[in-house]
Design a protein around this ligand. Structure first.
Ligand code: S3P
Length: 459
């Protein structure tokens, strides 16, 4: 079936997308820039001394929220012909914002900026949308308080650690030695950003290595970090403060977490063959590719190279019959955002896919275990869950025919739209504007390759 070729402007009041069965996805898909690297480029570019030019920045809603917040902290940011120019103010140069910093849906943006503000002599109020206001923030603010920052939640938000929160930076922050309770790049990054202004050694230890884009970018800006893998698998970073960041241009590779939707779509639809050029192959982000290959997925990486200091490659995917597997729990940090789309792939695989060690999914944009389980069941797929695992029993035929609310979670919305491509009856997703969080042209890019995603307004 042919796709809608015209671009869909996700900001233009499109409220629903209906995905119908297709085969033969083909061609080259240009996936947008990496969200994690984009947030860090704006924040650290703003804290560097001198001018940073960024190419490939993701122009998604989350990153634009961070961009506006960094501007509100006194940093001049301009854009010309796809290049973003930041005039950094140094590690202590943020000014108090005139209004609360509204980070919208951006969990990474709010958490990393909290760390940056906690190390500077200013106060800022952090707010977000309904979904972000129900996500735990104490995992970030507790260590920042230990560094001397003052943290004030509202009386209603205090118990759970929900936004809004006011952070008054420590003058100066104290170095911290911190054992993280979970492997989280956001906690790690917030502490490291605050530590830039703390005199002495800050040591952060995490149970497994989470994505290391902050460490890579700090090194890129001239900060000396020591990184060690301990014998028991824990990972430790030592940063010696106070330290300046020296501006340097940044290249943002294409986002493997967004590529994941195209990869699974091509694997599970018949007669598909796509190419995704220039995708980040950071080893802390490639867990899904490894998993899908173990399931029998025909995924080949070509032209592996370093671009702008980042590992990238072209990913070629062909339709494949997948088989269920047990996904190693210790792999979860390297594919934590990919479990919703993996559970879609698992629905089409032969046999059972068991995904243990994924409790963190319950505190993402939604409780992704229960939202995926509920939606898959509505589409006729057999799923079970425990507090920290999900099991999907693959079915040859998927009934589909459901209307599912995205619950303001971009990855939930895109996952079910991919499922709709192989269901017997089309699947309608409500509240799809959330997709612009990370992948604004998702519908247009998928349709150009042969998908059939049709836009509508709410019934
Ligand atoms: C991110 C870290 C991950 C991930 C999120 C982006 C980051 O969360 O889920 O989408 O850019 O640092 P953790 O803090 O759990 O690692």
């Amino acid at each position: 079936m042919g796709g809608l070729a015209q671009p869909l402007d996700m900001n233009n009041h499109i409220e629903t997308l209906t995905s119908s069965p297709v085969s033969g996805l083909s061609g080259e898909m240009l996936i947008p820039g990496d969200k994690s690297i984009s947030h860090r480029a704006l924040i650290l570019g703003g804290m560097a001394i001198g001018q940073t030019k960024i190419s490939g920045l993701l122009m998604g809603a989350d990153v634009l929220s961070t961009l506006e917040a960094v501007r509100a902290l006194g940093v001049t940011i301009t854009s010309d012909a796809g290049i973003i120019t930041i005039n950094g103010v140094g590690t202590g140069g943020f000014i108090p914002p005139k209004a609360p910093l509204d980070l919208g849906n951006a969990g990474t943006g709010v958490r990393l900026l909290m760390g940056a503000v906690a190390g500077q002599p200013i106060s800022a109020v952090f707010t977000g949308d309904a979904s972000l206001s129900k996500r735990p923030m104490k995992r970030i603010t507790d260590p920042l308080a230990m560094m001397g920052a003052q943290i004030a939640y509202t009386p209603e938000g205090d118990q759970k650690g929900y936004l809004p929160v006011t952070i008054t930076g420590a003058q100066p922050p104290l170095p911290l030695s911190y054992e993280m309770p979970v492997a989280s790049a956001q906690i790690k990054s917030a502490i490291l950003f605050a530590a830039l202004n703390a005199r002495g050694q800050t040591i952060v230890t995490e149970p497994h290595l989470s994505r290391d884009h902050s460490e890579a970018m700090l090194s890129h800006f001239g900060v000396k970090l020591t990184r060690e893998m301990l014998e028991d698998g824990r990972h430790r970073i030592t940063l010696e403060g106070e330290v300046d960041l020296h501006a340097k241009d940044i290249f943002v590779p294409r986002d493997p977490s967004s590529a994941a939707f195209a990869i699974v779509a091509a694997l599970i639809t018949d007669e598909s063959h796509i190419r995704l050029p220039g995708i980040s192959l950071n080893p802390q982000r490639t867990g899904l590719i490894t998993t899908l290959q173990e399931m029998g997925g025909n995924i080949v990486i070509e032209n592996q190279r370093i671009e702008g200091g980042e590992d990238v490659g072209d990913i070629i995917v062909k339709s494949s019959q997948l088989s269920g597997i047990e996904v190693p729990a210790e792999r979860s940090a390297s594919m934590i955002d990919e479990y919703p789309i993996l559970s879609v792939a698992a629905s089409r695989a032969k046999g059972k896919t068991y995904m243990p060690g994924v409790a963190e999914l319950r505190v993402k944009e939604t409780d992704r275990i229960s939202v995926m389980a509920e939606g898959l069941k509505a589409c006729g797929v057999e799923v079970s869950e425990t507090n920290d695992s999900m099991t999907v029993i693959g079915a040859g035929a998927i009934k589909g025919g459901a209307t599912i609310a995205s619950q303001h979670d971009h990855r939930i919305a895109m996952s079910f739209l991919v499922l709709g491509m192989v269901a017997q009856n089309s699947i309608t997703m409500l509240d799809v504007a959330t997709i612009s969080t990370s992948f604004p042209d998702f519908a247009a890019i998928m349709n150009k390759s042969g998908a059939h995603l049709e836009a509508g307004v709410k019934l």
